[in-house]
Write a protein that binds this ligand. Structure first.
Ligand code: PMP
Length: 293
């Protein structure tokens, strides 16, 4: 079912609207000039995982794009919970989005209204379980994550996803599940909607998030690994090093933790550490009361 033809409710500028009425005008600055930021979150058992961290990042992304979301973190957290409940979901994907409205249609748009909407939908997993356990195949993208001096690299800005969509389309056309993107200096960066980890000699290695999104899942995985006594090294990783890693996995709100079997010409074997992280993350996201049962 197309996303504009569903039933349910969408939170739109402070009110819950019938799903099909949550519309905006074609002359919206966010559409023409990319003045839009968003979040991607998941509710598990009725509780949004790290909701407050997502709300904080949402507000920070807007500030990087020079606008202020007109709702506090507490208001955003309450609104997200209200949308999950209003749609009768226990587990679902949560999509807050904010954009500049229609008052000014030029590059400068300081006096535009900032709109915020929150939608939720059913999205069991980005990859099916079988694919997940075998490990997905990654293309190597042509496009690179931009220099932070060229683009607002650390914001979850809609405009930064343009090259992700192009790269993901190319990957799928070539039979891959996703694409691994390098950064502007040719180092391994991230996938089109997830961060990446590698394993060698029982140690996790992941790129430093200095020109791409420092995922909330990425931070969670680092934390989970350290709790297991697994060493985690954040460092610059060159693609030439990939043959030296035994395991690889990607992680993000959508992908959760997903093992990787191939990245371009390089092969990995999903192993004990990847499996441990898949399982630890699946346990970690459960509401604390459910996890204790
Ligand atoms: N990188 C990109 C480009 C993403 O879109 C995402 C998903 N939001 C991530 C990384 C992972 O971020 P998170 O773990 O916060 O979902």
């Amino acid at each position: 079912l197309p996303f504009d033809q569903r039933d349910g409710h969408i939170w739109f500028d402070g009110a819950l609207l019938p799903w099909r009425d949550a519309k905006l005008h074609v002359l919206s600055h966010g559409l023409h000039y990319g003045s839009s930021v968003f979040e991607g979150e998941r509710a598990y058992g009725g509780v949004i995982f790290k909701s407050t961290e997502h709300s904080e990042r949402f507000r920070r992304s807007a500030q990087i794009l020079d606008f202020e979301i007109p709702y506090s973190v507490a208001e955003l957290d309450a609104a997200k919970k209200a949308v999950v409940d209003a749609n009768g979901f226990s587990s679902c994907y949560v999509r807050p989005v904010a954009w500049r409205g229609s008052e000014m249609m030029a590059v400068a748009a300081q006096n535009s209204t900032i709109h915020v909407a929150i939608a939720v939908w059913d999205w069991p997993s980005m990859f099916d379980v079988e694919t997940k356990m075998k490990g997905i195949r990654l293309d190597i993208a042509d496009y690179r994550r931009p220099d932070p001096q060229t683009a607002p690299s650390l914001a979850k800005a809609a405009g930064l996803y343009m090259i992700c969509t192009i790269s993901k389309h190319r990957a799928e056309r070539r039979g891959y599940a996703d694409a691994l993107m390098l950064d502007w200096q040719g180092r391994v960066a991230e996938c089109t909607g997830a961060n990446v980890f590698f394993v060698v000699d029982g140690v996790l290695h992941t790129p430093i998030a200095d020109c791409f999104l420092d995922g909330i899942t990425r931070r969670t995985v680092i934390d989970l690994a350290r709790r297991r006594g697994i060493e985690v090294v954040e460092r610059r990783i060159m693609p030439e090093e990939l043959p030296g890693f035994s395991e690889c996995f990607i992680c993000g709100t959508g992908a959760e933790v997903t093992p990787v079997a191939e990245a371009g010409p390089y092969h990995f074997t999903p192993g004990a550490i990847s499996r441990m992280m898949v399982e630890d993350y699946a346990r970690e996201v459960l509401p604390k009361a459910a996890a204790a049962e």
